[in-house]
Design a protein. Structure first.
Length: 329
């Protein structure tokens, strides 16, 4: 997933009445995944989609007139985003069936589905709008074994208490205030949403501590990696600080990274250099001194930054900026 983050809102209200259902269908099949969609009626069809790209995950709010959605094995073969989709139903009731399990989730309930399997979803009850917040989680990011995740598919998860209530409240707040956040804030919010979703689903399966040691290690590694990405601008970010913040010893941190392509210190260094490299090529930052950009990404001195930059890219920061943006006017 790319590093671009941001928000968007699109509504069928801007589309002629007779074309609104087709607009909604095209939006789902092109931006989400292939499926078949049957409306209860099309004459006064209404829909609105609000999207927040959070880096690690994506949060999409759907409000729509009653429909029946079917995703068959043929649809899966045509296109699969390879996601778990965790939906918080905020209005109406939605019947979901997948892998032999069926439930009706009402307001303040969560339901998990897998885009790699056939499924069916239908608005039930009143004819008003159905509304749901859908957290789209790449399969590789959800640290549950496939057989354990399968046990949760299409089950109603009540969000009235515990970790489910915390997740539901966070998703509502994120939808309300996320569009006003800066991109770096949204990256952090994506990491929080993923952690809360993982905790919620693990709780549904029993005590999280019973997970295999390897899975716990991978979860810790991903949590630390996200922490590094979100704190690259802090000049105090060191392996010791990372270990302390995650309540593990420094030696345990080194063990976690033992089989990774680079050490934890090298990961910090590379991340900082990549962010600085990208900022130096931004026309809107042309007026900022090189040292200002270096400091933004945690480099304490211009000398240290220039040396590290040349070692990584074979050129100086100033030469890189000039090659991309041209000489200053």
């Amino acid at each position: 997933m790319g590093v671009w983050v941001g928000s968007s809102v699109v509504s069928a209200a801007a589309v002629p009445c007779g074309d609104r259902f087709e607009w909604f269908y095209e939006a789902l099949t092109s931006d989400l995944m292939p499926l078949a969609l049957s409306p209860r009626h099309t004459a006064d069809f209404r829909a609105k989609i609000t999207d927040l790209d959070l880096g690690a995950v994506r949060l999409t709010a759907f409000a729509y007139s009653p429909v029946l959605a079917r995703r068959t094995s043929a649809h899966v073969r045509r296109g699969d985003p390879e996601q778990f989709q965790l939906a918080l139903i905020t209005r109406g009731a939605i019947r979901t069936s997948q892998r032999g399990t069926e439930s009706i989730a009402t307001g303040d309930s969560l339901v998990l589905t897998d885009t790699s399997r056939a499924m069916e979803s239908q608005s039930v009850g009143a004819a008003g709008l159905a509304e749901a917040l859908v957290l789209q989680i790449p399969r590789s990011h959800l640290l549950l074994s496939p057989d354990r995740a399968d046990r949760l598919l299409a089950r109603e998860i009540r969000a009235g208490e515990g970790s489910a209530a915390i997740l539901a409240g966070f998703l509502r707040t994120l939808l309300a205030h996320g569009p006003s956040c800066q991109p770096e804030e949204l990256l952090g919010m994506g990491s929080v949403a993923l952690d809360l979703a993982t905790a919620c689903l693990a709780r549904q399966l029993g005590t999280p501590e019973l997970a295999p040691a390897e899975a716990r290690a991978q979860e810790m590694l991903q949590r630390i990696s996200r922490f590094i990405e979100n704190n690259l601008g802090d000049p105090e970010l060191t392996p010791q600080v990372i270990a302390d913040r995650h309540c593990i010893s420094l030696s345990s941190l080194y063990v976690l990274f033992r089989d990774q392509p680079m050490s934890v210190a090298a990961r910090i260094r590379q991340g900082r250099l990549q962010r600085a490299h990208a900022d130096l090529a931004r026309p809107d930052l042309r007026g900022q001194p090189v040292q200002t950009i270096a400091a933004r990404w945690g480099f304490r001195t211009a000398t240290a930054f220039s040396r590290a930059f040349r070692e990584a890219y074979g050129t100086t920061p100033t030469e890189h900026r000039q090659s991309v943006l041209g000489a200053p006017q």
